[in-house]
Design a protein around this ligand. Structure first.
Ligand SMILES: [Zn+2]
Length: 360
């Protein structure tokens, strides 16, 4: 069993069977059941294994519920019967944060920024642990890797990929019709595996919603049952792929609020309804007394807000067509993280990487 420190982890536990009680264990009780981050390797009829991770963020519980559903259906309520059509490697991540209902504990690195390639968390015990999991995924030449998450705000389920090979696109299309192609945030599981095997972060919308767990369960179950990926890439209508033009933040010195009031920037209180809608130039985000209340960084780190937003007659407007994602109406999240990402559709057949490189 893994040793636990105040920070939650010193080492990874690896098991070859389900611990008793795992299938009914709520996220908050995983730390008591498992003792720490745990890799559970279950044998199935087909190799290589499917890799699935849950609870990399302690408050994102849909993945755990989904995997519990799949295993209950396949193995019975006590986890001992039946069998899996394919071997499964299940990584149960930040159980210490889950015990508190938090994404991560103070002083802990974000687990999904500590995978190989991490810059911010290099040298930490968590980075060593992720490197160990990564090495086992690569050594067993996993069939695919699925990282189950939730997010805040009104977002539909969507996949995040860091590669555009046919198998990765099939994996994304089997989860949801919408996928986002990031070049990859350093230290994420999906970025660390891209190019080695089909890998996706499956963003399952908000936690605590039964339909989201059912969707994720159906995805994992389908991937366990899949013998091989189809040879041809998915049809263009099977997957709408977007890429990020940049991350949008409210400038630090600008006061803001959702709705009316005295703040310099007054954002539309229903802004999150615009998530994943393709907006025309001129779409209104709110009212501003400040001439340039937002900053926007593209993937190369350039400041591009002036290309995408303008304030005209006190209205904050989009200057060109774009699709926002991860818009949040929680002021705390907007300050700590961002207001939103702006996306655009990647045309069928175009390489998102080339496209990003050619973007203004
Ligand atoms: Zn997450």
């Amino acid at each position: 069993m893994a040793a636990v420190t105040a920070g939650g982890v010193t080492e990874l536990a690896i098991r070859d069977s389900l611990p008793a009680g795992f299938l009914d264990c709520p996220a908050r009780e995983l730390a008591a059941l498992l003792g720490g981050p745990t890799l559970i390797e279950l044998a199935g009829r087909r190799e290589p294994p499917l890799f699935v991770s849950v609870i990399q963020h302690g408050n994102e519980t849909t993945g755990l519920e989904a995997v519990q559903q799949v295993l209950r259906a396949r193995l019975g309520a006590d986890g001992s019967g039946g069998g899996l059509p394919r071997s499964l490697m299940l990584f149960v991540g930040n159980v210490a944060a889950a015990a508190q209902g938090l994404r991560r504990l103070d002083g802990q690195p974000d687990y999904n920024r500590a995978w190989p390639g991490t810059v911010d968390h290099a040298g930490t015990p968590e980075a060593a642990m992720m490197a160990q999991v990564h090495a086992r995924i690569v050594a067993r030449d996993c069939f695919a890797a699925i990282d189950l998450h939730n997010n805040t705000g009104l977002n539909p389920p969507y996949g995040v990929v860091c590669s555009d090979d046919a198998d990765t696109l099939h994996l994304a299309a089997m989860f949801a019709r919408t996928a986002i192609r990031f070049r990859g945030i350093a230290g994420t599981q999906t970025a660390s595996l891209a190019g080695r095997l089909p890998a996706i972060a499956a963003e399952c919308s908000q936690p605590g919603v039964a339909a989201n767990a059912a969707l994720a369960a159906s995805f994992v179950n389908g991937m366990l049952a899949l013998a091989a990926f189809p040879e041809r890439p998915p049809r263009p209508d099977a997957l709408a792929m977007y890429h990020t033009m940049g991350v949008v933040r409210v400038r630090e010195e600008v006061s803001f609020a959702f709705g009316d009031g005295a703040a310099a920037l007054r954002l539309d209180p229903a802004l999150d309804h615009l998530n994943f809608r393709e907006l025309e130039a001129g779409a209104r985000f709110g009212a501003s007394d400040h001439a340039a209340p937002l900053s926007m960084q593209d993937e190369a780190g350039r400041e591009v807000a002036g290309d995408y937003f303008a304030v005209e007659d006190g209205a904050l407007l989009l200057r060109r067509a774009a699709m926002p994602a991860m818009l949040s109406c929680d002021p705390r999240i907007v300050r700590q993280d961002c207001l939103c990402y702006l996306m655009e559709r990647v045309a069928a057949g175009a390489s998102p990487l080339d496209h990003a490189a050619g973007a203004p």
